[in-house]
Design a protein around this ligand. Structure first.
Ligand SMILES: *[C@@H]1O[C@H](CO)[C@@H](O)[C@H](O)[C@H]1NC(C)=O
Ligand SMILES: *[C@@H]1O[C@H](CO)[C@@H](O)[C@H](O)[C@H]1NC(C)=O
Ligand SMILES: *[C@@H]1O[C@H](CO)[C@@H](O)[C@H](O)[C@H]1NC(C)=O
Ligand SMILES: *[C@@H]1O[C@H](CO)[C@@H](O)[C@H](O)[C@H]1NC(C)=O
Ligand SMILES: *[C@@H]1O[C@H](CO)[C@@H](O)[C@H](O)[C@H]1NC(C)=O
Ligand SMILES: *[C@@H]1O[C@H](CO)[C@@H](O)[C@H](O)[C@H]1NC(C)=O
Ligand SMILES: *[C@@H]1O[C@H](CO)[C@@H](O)[C@H](O)[C@H]1NC(C)=O
Length: 651
C-alpha cells in the first residue's frame, strides 16, 4: 500500500515548488532555513493553510462533525484519516512541506488547545475536512467554512501580536506562505446531488460562484498582509473513490466518471485565468496556481508507474539483516501453494490490491503485517515463502516465511488441515541455514541469524479449527489445560529457535476470536441480524494471551541472556478496537462483522474464489474473508505494534 498513490504526491510536489519559489531558495537548500536569521527578507517565516481535508491536520477533531474520516478526496485507502491515527487528515503533505522548508516537522491544527508558542509563531492550519468555497458545503457537513477560517486567522493574528508585538507580527505575516486547497467537496457534495452534471449552464454558473468566493477569500488575505499565496486546483473528481462508488454500478469494474472530471478540469482552467488576472492587477502579492489534476489522473490510469513510491514509516537505523516468520495464515505468504491442502488462496480475489494484483497465497487482499514490518525495518517489501524454490540466494538471505495457513501449536491442528506443523517449519529453518552456510560459510550464517528478527504468529486455529470444533482435545483438556498445553508448546518452539541462534523474537498473541465473522456466524442463532462478538470465545483468547505473556517472560528469564529480546505482540487490543461500532472506536470501519469476499459471513479459502462477489473498497472492511483481515487492518495492526518492533530491533 502506498500512501503516495492517491492524493498526496501531486499536492506535495506543488506545495514544495511553491514554497521553494516563495522563499527564493534553491532546491535542496531547505534545511538551512532553520538556521537562517529571521531578518533574511527572502525566507519564509511561517506557513498557513486554509481549505479542506487535503490539508486539515485535525481541526475537525475539535468540532462536532462526522466529517473526520472515510471522506474524499483521499483514496480512503488510508486508514489514518481517522482523527486519532496520526499522520492523517492531510498531515502528510503539510507536515512534509513544513519540515522540508525547515520551519517545523508538523503544521498543527489551529484548534488544538495545546499549541506551543513556537507552534503558533511558525504557522498553523485552519483547514477543515469537508469544507468548500461554497458556504453551503460546510454548513451541510457541519464543518468550518472558509469565512470562519478567515475569522480564526484574524483571531490568530491578534494572539500573535500579543506574543511578539505588532511590528514582528506584521513581519511574520508578510513573509509567510499561505496555501489554499479547496473545492472538491463543493462539486461532490453540493453541486452534483442538487443538479445533474449534464446541465452545462448550471455547471458554469456554479463554478463562477465558487471562483467568486475564492476571489473574495484571496483579496481578504492580501488585505490582511499576506504576500505569498498558492492555490491548489481540483483533482480529477470523477476518479475519487467515493464518486466512483456512488456512480458506478457495483458489478462493473471501477472506472473514472468522465463527466465529473471534466467539471473539475473546467474549474481549474477558470481558476488559472482568475489567478493570472489577479496577479496582473496588483503588484504586492505573489499568487501561484498548483495543478494536481494531471498528475493524479496519470496516477489513476497508470498506477504501476507509481506503485513503488511509498511514504510508509521507516524504522530508526538498525542492523537487522533478515526477517524470519513462522506460524499460520496470518503470516503465510504462500507456502501452502506448494503442498496438498485445501487451505490455499493462490487465486483471485486474493491478492487483488497487491502492487502486482496477483494472488500470492497471502490470505488477504494485499500485504500482511509481516510484510509491513519487513518494509519498516528496511529489508524488503514482501517476505517470500520459503517453499518457492526459485528464490535467489539474495532473497533468501534477507529472510523468508515458513508459516503455513491452517497451522497451530497443537500438532493435531496442522494434521487436520494437512498443512505444515511448527516442528516442520523449524526443520525447514535448519535446512535453510545449511543452504545459506553452503553459500556464505558457517560464521557469516551465524552472524546473519544473530542479527535477524523472528516473528511467530499462530494459535487461533488451535481453538477455532481444533478445540472448539472437534471433540478430541475437548475430551483430553479443559480450556485452561489446553491453553497451558499450547503455551508450553510456544515455549518449546521459542527455545528451539534460540538454540538455532535466534536472538530477537516476537511472539504474536491471538485476536478476539469471538469477533471473527465466521465464529459469529457459527455461534449466532440468527447469523444475519445478530452479529455481535461471541464474548465467551474472545475471553478464551484473552486468558490465553495473558498466560502467553507470563510464559514469554519466564522463557526470557530462563535463557539467562541479556542480549536476547523476546517480546509479546498484542493484536487483541487493536483488533478489538477496530471491530467496535464506529461511534466508540478509534477507527471508523463501515463493516466490522462481515468480510469483503462473498456474503462475508462464511467464505474463506476455496469458498472465496473467482466466482465470489467482492466488495469494491476493501478499506471499509476489517475483514477480507470470514476469517482474515484486510490489508488495511494488517497495516493498522503493524502500526499498533511498532513500538515492540522498535524494542526488538534495537542493537
Ligand atoms: C538570505 O537569503 C538569500 C537568498 O536565498 C541568501 O543568498 C542569503 O545568504 C541569505 N542571508 C542570510 C543572512 O542567511
Ligand atoms: C492538552 O494538555 C493537557 C495537559 O497536558 C492534557 O490533559 C490534554 O489532554 C491535552 N489536550 C489535547 C487535546 O491534546
Ligand atoms: C518464486 O520466486 C521467484 C523469484 O523471486 C518469483 O519470480 C516467482 O514469481 C515466485 N513464484 C511464485 C509462484 O510466487
Ligand atoms: C550476537 O551478536 C552479539 C553482538 O552483536 C554478540 O555479542 C553475541 O555473542 C552474538 N551471539 C551469537 C550467538 O553469536
Ligand atoms: C440461541 O438460542 C438458544 C435457545 O433459544 C439460547 O439458549 C442461546 O443463548 C442463544 N444463543 C445466542 C448466541 O443468542
Ligand atoms: C512481562 O515482562 C514485561 C517487561 O518486563 C512486563 O512489562 C510485563 O508486565 C510482564 N508481563 C507478565 C504477564 O508478567
Ligand atoms: C482508543 O485509543 C485509546 C488510546 O490508545 C485507548 O485508551 C482506548 O481504549 C481506545 N478506544 C477503544 C474503544 O478501544
Amino acid at each position: 500500500m502506498s500512501l503516495c498513490k492517491q492524493y498526496y504526491c501531486p499536492i506535495l510536489s506543488f506545495l514544495l515548488c511553491f514554497l521553494i519559489l516563495a522563499s527564493a531558495l534553491k532546491v535542496g537548500n531547505g534545511h538551512n532555513l532553520e538556521k537562517q536569521k529571521p531578518t533574511n527578507k527572502s525566507s519564509i517565516t511561517a506557513v498557513y493553510i486554509f481549505g479542506d481535508s487535503t490539508v486539515d491536520p485535525g481541526n475537525n477533531n475539535y468540532i462536532k462533525t462526522i466529517f473526520r474520516s472515510n471522506f474524499p478526496p483521499y483514496g480512503v485507502d488510508l486508514p489514518e484519516e481517522a482523527p486519532t491515527g496520526r499522520f492523517t487528515n492531510g498531515r502528510l503533505p503539510t507536515d512534509l512541506i513544513a519540515s522540508y522548508v525547515g520551519i517545523k516537522s508538523l503544521i498543527p491544527a489551529y484548534l488544538d488547545p495545546n499549541l506551543s508558542l513556537k507552534d503558533l509563531i511558525t504557522g498553523v492550519s485552519f483547514a477543515s475536512a469537508g469544507t468548500g468555497y461554497d458556504p453551503l458545503t460546510a454548513e451541510r457537513n457541519k464543518v468550518i467554512d472558509m469565512a470562519t477560517q478567515l475569522q480564526y486567522f484574524d483571531e490568530y493574528k491578534k494572539k500573535l501580536q500579543r506574543m511578539v508585538g505588532k511590528k514582528r507580527m506584521e513581519y511574520i505575516i508578510e513573509n509567510s506562505a499561505v496555501v489554499i486547497s479547496c473545492g472538491t467537496n463543493d462539486i461532490v457534495y453540493t453541486y452534483v446531488p442538487n443538479y445533474l452534471p449534464q446541465q452545462p449552464d448550471k455547471v458554469a454558473a456554479y463554478l463562477h460562484f465558487m471562483l467568486d468566493q475564492n476571489h473574495g477569500f484571496l483579496q481578504a488575505l492580501i488585505d490582511r498582509g499576506v504576500r505569498k499565496i498558492g492555490v491548489v486546483g481540483l483533482p480529477p473528481v470523477g476518479c475519487l473513490p467515493v464518486v466512483m462508488t456512488l456512480h458506478n454500478s457495483l458489478y462493473q469494474p471501477r472506472s473514472c466518471i468522465e463527466s465529473f472530471s471534466s467539471i473539475a478540469k473546467d474549474f481549474n482552467q477558470m481558476l488559472k485565468r482568475q489567478l493570472t488576472t489577479m496577479q496582473a492587477s496588483q503588484q504586492i502579492a505573489t499568487i501561484a496556481y498548483g495543478d494536481i489534476f494531471e498528475p493524479l489522473q496519470d496516477q489513476f490510469y497508470n498506477p504501476n508507474k507509481y506503485a513503488q513510491s511509498t511514504l510508509e514509516p521507516k524504522a530508526p537505523k538498525n542492523s537487522v539483516r533478515a526477517i524470519f516468520v513462522f506460524g499460520d495464515s496470518t503470516a503465510d505468504p504462500g507456502n501452502n501453494n506448494y503442498i496438498r491442502t485445501a487451505f490455499k488462496s493462490d487465486f483471485s480475489p486474493y491478492g487483488r490490491d497487491l502492487p502486482s494484483h496477483v494472488a500470492t497465497g497471502r490470505f488477504s487482499n494485499g500485504r500482511l503485517s509481516t510484510d509491513f514490518i519487513a518494509s519498516y525495518v528496511g529489508i524488503k517489501e514482501l517476505v517470500p515463502p520459503y517453499l518457492n524454490s526459485s528464490l535467489s540466494i539474495e532473497e533468501l538471505m534477507s529472510g523468508v516465511s515458513f508459516a503455513s495457513a491452517g497451522s497451530g501449536y497443537d500438532p493435531l491442528t496442522p494434521t487436520l488441515s494437512g498443512v505444515i506443523p511448527m516442528s516442520k517449519q523449524l526443520e525447514y529453518f535448519m535446512q535453510y541455514k545449511s543452504r545459506i552456510a553452503a553459500s556464505i560459510g558457517q560464521e557469516k550464517t551465524n552472524e546473519l541469524i544473530n542479527k535477524s528478527v523472528f516473528i511467530v504468529s499462530a494459535g487461533t486455529n488451535d481453538f477455532v479449527v481444533n478445540y472448539f470444533t472437534l471433540p478430541i482435545r475437548k475430551r483430553m483438556y479443559t480450556i485452561p489445560q489446553y491453553q497451558h498445553f499450547l503455551v508450553q508448546n510456544v515455549h518449546q518452539f521459542i527455545k528451539s529457535l534460540w538454540d538455532q541462534g535466534a536472538r530477537k523474537i516476537a511472539v504474536v498473541g491471538i485476536p478476539p476470536m469471538g469477533c471473527l465473522p465466521i465464529v459469529i456466524t457459527m455461534a449466532s442463532n440468527n447469523s444475519i441480524t445478530r452479529r455481535g462478538c461471541v464474548e465467551s470465545q474472545s475471553s478464551v483468547a484473552k486468558d490465553y494471551n495473558q498466560l502467553l505473556q507470563t510464559q514469554l517472560n519466564s522463557t526470557q528469564l530462563s535463557l539467562q541472556d541479556q542480549r536476547t529480546r523476546i517480546a509479546y505482540i498484542d493484536v487483541y487490543s487493536p483488533l478489538f478496537d477496530m471491530v467496535q461500532p464506529s461511534s466508540n472506536s478509534n477507527y471508523s470501519f463501515e463493516y466490522v462483522s462481515n468480510g469483503c469476499c462473498g456474503t462475508g459471513y462464511l467464505e474463506a479459502a476455496f469458498m472465496c474464489n473467482p466466482a465470489s462477489y467482492v466488495c469494491t473498497d476493501a478499506s471499509k472492511y476489517v475483514f477480507w474473508d470470514s476469517i482474515h483481515p484486510t490489508e488495511i487492518t494488517y497495516y493498522l495492526i503493524f502500526k499498533a505494534l511498532r513500538s515492540v518492533i522498535d524494542y526488538i530491533i534495537k542493537d
